[in-house]
Design a protein around this ligand. Structure first.
Ligand code: ACO
Length: 378
């Protein structure tokens, strides 16, 4: 028998078919159901993009208003979820709080069944609508502040910022945040999406599948990188010191967070949009040393690691934009999750359409044919 092929990280392994999103890493193109992410970011709200991903088409006015109403009806949390969030230690990472609440939501509604499309759709609407409320509520609870109820006069982006900060954002801030949600809504067969599909393939329900996806996203090599970017940038005293810092990282084989991508070997198109947004924000509202440092790192990286296909990814500039919007660093990954729920759920439904439980092989590297010695002889 020939030795099975092993591809670390499943790189290059085709593990499914999908019509949800295309990531073309050679040319730096990202499509959501055929539309370029740049086009969607310029012309659509997160709700329109969620409709596109979940229902397969951009909504007309009527469809959008019906979808919006369905989401609004599900923004508020059951009292039991708020009680659960109040029991968590205040030092709990918001991703852990989110993962717990997403799993727990299943107990508050009629038993979800992965094979029942209507029940799963109900869960998808509920998660898309209420994950922002969970993140905002936990943030206020851990600060000892009152939870702010959803404001149904606002879109999801503006309402999230209101529930978080207790005051309505400016239209510009709300739209900026809306674009960030659009940019993070979908990205092909990445680790967290694949996790959601793998868990769903066992016919685990939508809440169990999506809570697993949240856990996958929390890692520093995936969604958690956007937190690490700011931590690293803060280590650098100023923009002049950035090239030497960067060279030292590369010489000592350390990873610079926010650079590199499994698929993109050119600049991530989302990073380009976020960079323009950051540059606009910083030029109208005043630059910060961190933005200047980030810019200096990008320039150095282009020379030192660009030739081997390592360029800024979506996380490189997102943290700077979020920080300017007044968001704390440990909220960056939960924000990623409240956008990505749309892509995760679209993939999960696709998995259910043509499901076979995932069960890859591995190459056994352990010993063979051992016999159990008596306990005193071990
Ligand atoms: N800093 C320094 N060197 C890097 C970086 C980096 N961020 N990324 C890749 N490299 C180096 C690798 O060490 C490798 O070097 P070598 O040829 O000397 O061995 C070379 O560039 C090629 O690496 P890839 O094969 O392209 O990277 P891989 O696919 O294994 O990893 C990953 C991709 C995990 C994203 C990696 O680039 C990384 O750790 N980046 C930092 C974390 C990060 O920003 N993650 C967010 C990804 S986007 C997202 O999840 C939303």
């Amino acid at each position: 028998m020939s030795e099975p092929q092993f591809s670390p990280g499943l790189a290059g392994v085709v593990a499914g078919k999908s019509g949800v999103g295309l990531v073309n890493g050679t040319d730096g193109i990202l499509l959501y159901r055929g539309y370029r992410v740049e086009d969607l970011a310029e012309h659509c709200t997160f709700e329109e993009v969620a409709h596109l991903l979940l229902k397969g088409k951009l909504p007309n006015r009527e469809e959008l208003s019906a979808f919006d109403a369905e989401l609004k009806a599900r923004r508020a949390l059951p009292a039991g979820i708020l009680a659960l969030l109040r029991t968590l230690p205040t030092k709990t990472h918001p991703m852990a709080a989110l993962q717990s609440a997403v799993a727990a939501l299943s107990g508050f509604y009629p038993a979800p069944d992965a094979a029942d499309r209507a029940a799963s759709w109900e869960g998808i609407l509920r998660l898309t609508a209420s994950m922002p409320t969970i993140v905002a509520a936990f943030h206020r609870i851990r600060q000892g502040k009152d939870v702010v109820d959803p404001d149904l006069t606002q879109g999801m982006a503006g309402d999230f910022l209101t529930m978080l900060n207790g005051e309505k954002p400016t239209d510009k801030a709300a739209r900026l945040f809306d674009v960030c949600l659009v940019l993070h809504a979908e990205h092909g067969f990445n680790a967290s999406t694949f996790t959601g599909r793998v868990v769903g393939s066992s016919l685990a329900d939508i809440y169990a599948s999506m809570s697993a996806a949240v856990g996958s996203l929390s890692g520093p090599l995936h969604g958690g990188a956007n937190e690490e970017v700011l931590v690293q940038l803060k280590e650098i005293p100023n923009a002049e010191a950035a090239p030497a810092w960067f060279d030292h990282m590369i010489e000592t084989k350390q990873k610079v967070m926010g650079l590199g991508h499994r698929v993109y070997k050119v600049k991530d198109p989302r990073a380009g949009i976020l960079q323009r947004m950051a540059s606009d924000l910083f030029s109208t509202e005043g630059s910060t040393p961190l933005y200047d440092i980030a810019h200096a790192i990008e320039q150095r990286a282009a020379v030192k690691v660009g030739p081997k296909g390592v360029w800024p990814n979506v996380d490189f500039y997102s943290g700077l934009v979020y920080q300017k919007l007044g968001l704390t660093v440990d909220l960056f990954t939960p924000i990623f999750a409240i956008a990505r729920i749309a892509g995760w759920s679209a993939h999960w439904m696709e998995q259910m359409e043509d499901n076979r439980i995932y069960r890859p092989d591995c190459i056994y590297t352990g010993p063979n044919d051992l016999t159990v010695p008596a306990i005193d002889a071990r």
